[in-house]
Design a protein around this ligand. Structure first.
Ligand code: FPP
Length: 247
């Protein structure tokens, strides 16, 4: 059970799930075992997020750079994602979870794309937690695709260049319609964004925690939310009167 939370609960939490390999290595297990345990942590995190009143949870499942890993590991990760959707889709749908997939869909293997589309389609009208799965996702790739789509509109005379605004760019990103993350958590002690939601993270609070992803629990999520609640978010403006100035 979760401890009582200090408001405000962030609307959108995004997580860089890191450390499956090191978790396994520390136990003399294969990396596959680490990823399997990672999926269990995903299940727990989705449920915890719903219980805590988070509206959007984005998980970095597979980056566009992960294709550089050995083929066996890529197959493991894709297999686990497929299994997760096959096994958990009905239950997530039952729990009113809406699934959105972000990342480049072009050129995806024929066994994975239909599953991702089915997950989105089945849960399209749900009104509970939105679970955003970043798959074949890289922020620079996402921004590049958005820029190309705007440039094509300009080329075709549908848009004049001086009408391009930050909001218009946001609306061409994979995350269109999803609020920017309030809080980004990265596990495993690494302290970088690794090409994750670079545009959307402009004002996100970042929390780095030392635990490896398979050890992630609701209690750790609550701890991160408490850190978030202590932060003084100013979005470039001045601190509110009466509040301590942050940095
Ligand atoms: C990082 O561990 C984790 C990943 C590359 C992928 C995360 C994927 C899952 C948890 C499983 C599938 C996802 C879903 C949504 C069902 P790492 O291998 O980089 O660990 P290391 O840095 O310790 O080697």
């Amino acid at each position: 059970m979760s401890e009582p939370l200090v408001p405000p609960v962030p609307e959108h939490v995004a997580i860089i799930m890191d450390g499956n390999g090191r978790w396994a290595n520390a136990r003399g297990l294969t990396r596959t075992m680490g990823h399997r345990k990672g999926v269990e942590a995903v299940r727990d995190a989705v449920r915890a997020a719903g219980r805590l009143g988070i509206r959007y949870l984005t998980l970095y499942a597979f980056s566009s750079e992960n294709w550089r890993r050995p083929e066996t590991e890529i197959n493991d990760l894709l297999g686990l994602l497929k299994l997760f959707i096959r096994r958990d889709l009905a239950e997530l749908h039952n729990e009113n979870v809406r699934i959105r997939i972000i990342g480049d869909r072009t050129g995806l293997r024929g066994d994975i794309l239909p599953l991702l589309l089915e997950a989105e389609e089945t849960t399209r009208n749900n009104s509970g937690l939105t679970l955003v799965i970043a798959f074949n996702y890289g922020s620079r790739d996402e921004i590049t695709r958005a820029v190309v789509s705007l440039a094509k509109d300009v080329e075709e005379g549908l848009l004049s260049a001086d009408r391009i605004t930050a909001d218009l760019i946001s609306s061409r990103l994979d995350t269109a319609g999803i609020p920017d993350p309030d809080l980004i958590i990265r596990t495993s002690g690494e302290e970088r964004l690794s090409n994750f939601l670079l545009w959307q993270a402009a004002y996100s609070e970042l929390v780095f925690i030392p635990e490896f992803w398979p050890d992630f629990t609701e209690a750790l999520l609550v701890e991160a939310l408490k850190k978030f609640a202590m932060r003084n978010r100013r979005f470039g403006a001045l601190a509110e009167p009466g509040k301590m100035a942050g940095t």
